[in-house]
Design a protein. Structure first.
Length: 278
């Protein structure tokens, strides 16, 4: 028998990128109904490693999970009476707050250039990922996402600020990305997973050709027809040859998802201890 709509655990994740999607998978396994709320900045490039494209194709598969697009808050509320599932929506947080009290709110947008909002009191538990979060200022739990430091912060420090240094993949850093030099409309005929070569034209930004920076496998690329701001990633090349990955969750995404779930479980254990002191 399905649970009443006011009993199913309800999680909202801000973001439809690969990190948000990896967390969504873990939360569904933990019994949550999960809604991924799209934010256009920054655009999602690793789309085969995320549920993002469900926004355009109604459903998207990642590993053994299928996410469905929902277009209004009534649809969201109706799913809370069913089994755990993943939903993707254009609806923003202000649209989702009236659906029902949110049990878990996670900001997984990993915004490096914008001021992060104060999430506290918007849900029973709020978690901020990446730059711009501290448990005393804008969330209940801040989670560090930098390689080698992934995990919830046990004190009141801010998470590390963005330093502009790209993490390495196959010993290649920022050289595997192409960034937008100006704002404009992006067009590309190239599919993720294609083998590409240095200087191959991979798309056009407002008519200006954009070239592959190196040989490799196209790991991510902004969806064709998107409007993009200046200074964001347009595409990524995986230089690792046979070890290249462009589908499924990756090691970093799983590590951040596991750290987030650990923070949720720790908070739940603390609440139980406070309610039932020895």
């Amino acid at each position: 028998m399905s649970q009443p709509n006011d009993q199913r655990l309800f999680a909202v994740i801000l973001g439809t990128n690969e990190i948000a999607s990896a967390i969504g998978i873990q939360l569904v396994r933990a019994g949550y109904c999960v809604v991924l709320s799209h934010d256009p900045d920054p655009p999602v490039i690793r789309r085969k490693m995320a549920f993002h494209d469900a926004l355009y194709t109604d459903t998207a598969r990642l590993e053994e999970f299928v996410a469905e697009r929902v277009d209004d808050s009534i649809q969201v509320y109706q799913t809370l009476g069913g089994p755990p599932r993943i939903l993707v929506t254009w609806l923003g947080l202000l649209d989702l707050l009236p659906v029902r009290h949110i049990d878990l709110l996670i900001d997984a947008r990993l915004q490096k250039r914008r001021i992060t909002p104060d999430l506290r009191r918007l849900a029973r538990l709020t978690i901020g990922l990446g730059p711009g979060f501290a448990s005393t200022s804008n969330c209940d739990v801040a989670v560090e996402t930098r390689p080698g430091k992934i995990g919830p912060l046990a004190d009141t420090r801010w998470t590390d600020a963005a330093d502009g240094v790209a993490s390495s993949l196959g010993e290649v850093g920022a050289e595997r990305f192409v960034y937008s030099q100006f704002s404009g409309r992006w067009h590309t005929p190239i599919e993720i997973g294609a083998r590409v070569y240095r200087d191959l034209v991979l798309g056009h930004l407002s008519g200006v050709p954009v070239l592959a920076p190196r040989d490799g496998i196209l790991r991510g690329i902004v969806r064709d027809g998107s409007e993009v701001p200046a200074g964001v990633k347009l595409l990524e090349i995986d230089p690792r040859g046979r070890d290249a990955q462009w589908t499924g969750t990756d090691k970093r995404g799983r590590a951040i998802a596991n750290a987030t779930i650990a923070a949720v479980r720790l908070h739940a254990a603390r609440r139980t201890t406070q309610r039932n002191p020895a």
